[in-house]
Design a binder for this molecule. Sequence first.
Ligand code: 2P0
Length: 332
Amino acid sequence: MQKVTCIAPVNIAVIKYWGKSDEDLVLPLNDSLSGTLSTDFMCAKTTISTSPALEVNKFWLNGIEQSFENERLLNCLKEVKRRANQTLPHLNWNISICSENNFPTAAGLASSAAGYACLVSALAALYEIEGDISAIARRGSGSACRSVYGGWVQWCKGASPTGEDSIAKQIAPASHWPQMRVLILVVNDERKKYSSTSGMKRSVETSELLQYRATKIVPQRIEAITKAIINKDFQAFAQITMEDSNQFHAVCLDTFPPCVYMNDTSHAIVDVVHAYNDFKKSNKVAYTFDAGPNACLYLLDSEVEEVLSVIDYVFPPVVNSEGYLKGIPLSK
Ligand code: 2P0
């Protein structure tokens, strides 16, 4: 019997990935760039065990058994095994995968990114493979390749039609900008209306703005935000982050039928952030929204207390008599 457990964090993109040039290989139309969060708060945890006594492969997600006949899961498994030492005694035993997220799954909070990064890290440990595994995590979910590394991470789209150079690379460790913080404002923790995979497929088929964004806008934004991160220039970082989030959602609206991910509360958060930055006469906080209504705010630690008090004032928390915040028990 062999058993491994891994944890992997969520990442929050500041230059968004949206649209594939190859669905099966999960090749993106443009580079993307994100910050990987610390594993203290939001992460996936996966335990994989294998034994000659296991009669079939098994997969549980958050305590519920899933079908193992999942193409992306099988692609990851096949790729890891291909790179493994073929004489490993346990290479052909069945496996049992048990994954859990400590945050809402599929609510636009990058659960698949953490989930597949974690799964592939655990498989890599089980089958003792070495070297970059981001290209394997990418086959599970595009954004997962960025969660393989900590700190600031760029997913380079690559040029090869077979995808071996479509990998993630760290552009700076988290320690480079230790004052950086992320606040996650959970507007709605239900499953999203349509998956990122189907939404971006529809955007590729119908949005002209997406083609323009991928070829004309993103390359220069990647360069500019990398410079802002290296120089710890929050003003520029925040400006580009907000512009890119807005453009990604503009692409979603340019999709036909449109993918509407942000709701009235999301837009109210955008207004509050701009009002705050206007009042401070510079960008002190940046919003970014993924494929859901929840907001991620990037800001420096010096600003956290004040921004939280503004958020609490504008959006008072809903606490019931048992001390639950919309179903989540409050920590003491
Ligand atoms: C991102 N998102 O860069 C963007 C921003 C959502 C909005 O990556 O089809 O779940 O599995 O490759 O990775 C979500 O896309 O999609 C995503 P697939 P994935 O974080």
